[in-house]
Design a protein around this ligand. Structure first.
Ligand code: FAQ
Length: 311
């Protein structure tokens, strides 16, 4: 490595200046960003599936319009994130191939099924709520294209979280059966959402380095704690019970204590054996194959335009 370039990189990180695609960067920094940004993009794209299944079953035109807009936003987030990853010298084809072959990870949370309408509320309230908690600090990430993508994505996620909470509020103010649906969905989603923040700090292999590089700004456990602290009063307002008997305010720490997390379940899901891993990948593979004609047509059109421009 060229020491002068390394020094320029180190001092940019130190001073909080953004690293841009044309700047020199250590290979390990580039690889880490490709890993994280592409996994994030895959999560957005696979994340369309649990909610996409419910668009045709939305209970009203208003709810359907909201859900359609939200799922489209997720597709859009995937596209900005793939573009941000491409600035690091990888091609979208390579990234998509890594997802479809099962080599690349995506968020564990999307391997759980959406079994009822209340799940649409829980996904918005909790999954988007957790996503925002994790993504707000990424707006200050040292890599310019990722940080800038995060700003718009966070604004949209905030609408997603609100529509989910509002849906939960409507159910909880509804009939006893509607409130029971809301509670049952919360019972299923709570622990998988708590796991979304990733392994505990002691087990997180990448955190120390990515924090030094200013990619990650807040640790997995600290974000998880912030999320729990913010969510407990929201559940109280809904009149719902969080399925954790150990959840208790700790005045000394100024935080909620929570019960033990089942890390064996987390790793099982991350390693491909969750309730829906196979189904999710199969659906993406099929969608990609069914879209081949669109890619071919777009390429043919681009060639035709290029030929016309030369004439
Ligand atoms: N699922 O050393 P760490 C959304 C892996 S939001 C699967 O702590 P790191 C919006 C990790 O990759 C969801 N794998 O890793 C939406 C690593 O394996 P590797 C997406 C996980 O990177 C809402 C290993 O464990 N958000 O989609 C998970 O420092 C509603 C060791 O872990 C992002 O991706 C997990 N939950 O920290 C869409 C945000 N956690 O790569 C639709 C950006 C950890 O060495 C509907 N990413 N692993 O093979 C990040 O902030 C970080 O990558 C973390 C993990 C915090 C996820």
């Amino acid at each position: 490595a060229d020491p002068a370039r390394q020094q320029a990189f180190d001092s940019a990180i130190e001073a909080g200046r953004k690293i841009e695609p044309q700047d020199w960067m250590p290979e390990a920094y580039r690889r880490t960003l490709v890993r994280q940004i592409s996994q994030h993009a895959h999560s957005e794209v696979v994340g369309m599936l649990p909610e996409g299944n419910w668009i045709t079953r939305a209970p009203s035109l208003r709810r359907k319009a909201i859900l359609l807009a939200k799922v489209q936003d997720e597709g859009g987030h995937g596209l900005y994130l793939y573009s941000a990853a491409e600035t690091l010298g990888v091609s979208r084809d390579e990234l998509v191939e890594a997802l479809l072959s099962g080599k690349a990870k995506y968020s564990s949370i999307f391997n759980y099924p959406a079994l009822g309408w209340a799940d649409m509320g829980c996904i918005g309230w909790l999954v988007d709520g957790a996503a925002i908690m994790n993504q707000i600090p990424l707006c200050r990430c040292s890599y310019g294209p990722y940080a800038r993508a995060m700003i718009r994505i966070c604004k949209e996620e905030s609408f997603h979280q609100r529509q989910g909470y509002e849906l939960m509020l409507a159910l909880c103010r509804g009939t006893a059966a509607q409130k029971a649906m809301a509670q049952e969905a919360l019972d299923r989603w709570w622990w998988p959402v708590v796991m979304m923040f990733g392994p505990s700090d002691a087990e997180s292999v990448h955190s120390a380095q990515t924090m030094k590089w200013g990619i990650k700004r807040i640790s997995n456990d600290d974000l998880r704690q912030k999320f729990i602290d913010a969510t407990v009063p929201q559940a109280e307002l809904l009149g719902l019970e969080i399925p954790d008997p150990h959840l208790k305010w700790n005045a000394e720490r100024g935080h909620y204590d929570h019960g033990p997390i089942d890390w064996s379940e987390f790793w099982r899901v991350v390693d491909g054996d969750g309730p829906c891993n196979r189904e999710r990948l199969e659906t993406r593979r099929r969608a990609h194959a069914n879209g081949a004609w669109v890619r071919e047509a777009a390429l043919a059109h681009a060639r035709k335009r290029a030929r016309r421009a030369r004439q």
